[in-house]
Design a protein around this ligand. Structure first.
Ligand code: BES
Ligand code: MN
Ligand code: MN
Length: 461
């Protein structure tokens, strides 16, 4: 048996123990955006430090201005050095009543089609994915006494909060984080049986908008007809963001957006992803996106704007005739190409200000944005990974963009000079950020096996 075959066999025989470790980690509610879970975030970081130490990694918890970062170093048998990145924080769980089982009590569930899944917040995004890599390392270590290549681990606790303090941490620890290539396990597969390597991710701008009108809530009979209603003001502004073709009307918004090369469009057409198929899984049929763009463009290579939340007025049981004094919303933009997050945040704020009527005022909460990211076409680690993924899944991997954002990707390039290999095993029906998040057992098991193979392939390069 080759070393790799022994490692793969070890992964198979250890699957239950690997899952038990994942369950322990999933039980820690590391919600990074909610200050109430600050101590739990630290505990989730500490859990990983202890786990990595258990497999001989020199790991420690390192402070930032926000949640701590897990950093670990392990020497390998061969020269290449990879920087592995993932995140231990998770999204909030609300609405809690929509979960079939409590979000931080992981369970193995069987879906209607017979698939076995791990159900818990963070199972797919990103603890389950991080552990596919860690478990692959553990198997290598158990079988051969060391990892096949040098690995630095960098697992943060604030990705879901925009990785606010990570860029400065990377800058301050540049030398320690030096490597030849970065690996990230926080993306998805093409479908359940087809692995994917992600070649681009969208960037992000996130703004909160609060409109204030009267200095108190008003009786809508006494004042209705005369007083400004902040909910109306805000709704009109939101409605003005898109035109009838689904294009964004903010001046300068499309600066730096490249047209997708025709060759790429051809390739995407060949993938035959229909609106019915993609939207069918979430109870929709018709794309509401930009007109004249095929679905893959809409979700990968075009910039977008979505209102992620809206707050205002009376929302309790029954009726209450009131004109609220304020209304607010949370808005995010997905960016592509060379779109500049700072410029877009600025023109969005100007766009809103221009539409605020007399007697009303507006305030913004600005969140740190990130640029879109795309990988060079001749990226050698990508070719290596494709080969290893093919060996595991017996299917040609697809190289494709993902619509989501991983803010730190750009910093690996800018600060460390590294290109990043994004390989992940999430599925579109994992319900990440939603109630009943799950990770397929197949993703966890074959994902771990895939990393074992990728490490071996990188060692031989
Ligand atoms: N893992 C996701 C990003 C992702 C999702 C990649 C789907 C590929 C497919 C990541 O954890 C995430 O949710 N990022 C946030 C970033 C934001 C909070 C700054 C996102 O994309 O909304
Ligand atoms: Mn993630
Ligand atoms: Mn996420």
């Amino acid at each position: 048996m080759s070393q790799l075959d022994q490692v793969l066999a070890k992964i198979d025989s250890d699957l239950d123990a690997s899952l038990a470790r994942l369950f322990e980690w999933l039980r820690i509610p590391s919600i990074s955006t909610d200050p109430a879970y600050k101590a739990d975030c630290r505990r989730a970081g500490e859990w990983l430090v202890a786990d990595l130490k258990g497999l001989g990694v020199d790991a420690s918890l390192r402070e930032t201005q926000g949640h701590p970062v897990v950093v670990g170093h392990a020497k390998g048998a061969a020269a290449p050095h990879v920087l592995f990145y993932g995140h231990y924080d998770v999204q909030p769980v609300d609405p809690l009543e929509l979960w079939d089982t409590p979000p931080f009590e992981p369970k193995i569930a069987t879906l209607a089609d017979g698939r076995k899944v791990v159900s818990a917040r963070g199972s797919s995004d990103d603890k389950g994915q991080v552990l596919t890599f860690v478990e692959a390392c553990r198997a290598w270590k158990a079988v051969t006494g060391s990892l096949p290549i040098n690995v630095t681990f960098l697992v943060e606790g604030a990705e879901e909060d925009g990785s606010k303090f990570l860029p400065e941490f990377i800058e301050a620890n540049k030398d320690e984080l030096k490597a030849d290539v970065a690996l990230v396990c926080d993306t998805g597969m093409w479908d359940r049986d087809t692995p994917a390597v992600t070649s681009s991710l969208r960037g992000m701008v996130y703004e909160e908008v609060k409109v204030r009108c009267a200095d108190r809530d008003l009786h809508s009979g006494t004042f209705g007809g005369a007083a400004q209603n902040p909910i109306h003001v805000l709704s009109k502004i939101i409605a003005a963001i898109h035109d009838e073709n689904g294009r964004i009307t903010i001046p300068g918004f499309y600066d730096g957006v490249p047209e997708t090369p025709t060759q790429m469009l051809e390739q995407w057409r060949g993938l035959n992803l229909t609106e019915e198929e993609f939207l069918g899984q979430v109870g929709l049929k018709h794309s509401a996106g930009e007109k004249g763009r095929m679905l893959i463009e809409q979700i990968q290579s075009r910039p977008t704007c979505d209102v992620n939340g809206i707050i205002g007025g009376y929302t309790g049981e029954g009726t209450k005739t009131v004109i609220a004094s304020e209304a607010s919303c949370k808005v995010s933009f997905r960016l592509v190409g060379d779109q500049d997050p700072a410029k877009i945040a600025e023109s969005f704020q100007a766009f809103v200000r221009e539409r605020i009527p007399a007697d009303c005022s507006v305030e913004f909460i600005h969140h740190k944005g990130s640029r879109a990211l795309s990988l060079p076409h001749d990226f050698s680690a990508l070719t290596v990974a494709k080969g290893a993924l093919h060996d595991e899944w017996k299917k040609e991997p697809i190289v494709i963009g993902m619509g989501g954002s991983i803010p730190v990707g750009g910093d690996f390039k800018r600060t460390l000079g590294l290109d990043t290999l994004f390989v992940g095993f999430g599925l579109d029906d994992d319900r990440i950020h939603s109630p009943n998040e799950k990770y397929d057992l197949q993703s966890f098991h074959k994902g771990t096996r895939s990393w074992a193979r990728i490490l071996a392939a990188l060692a031989q390069k």
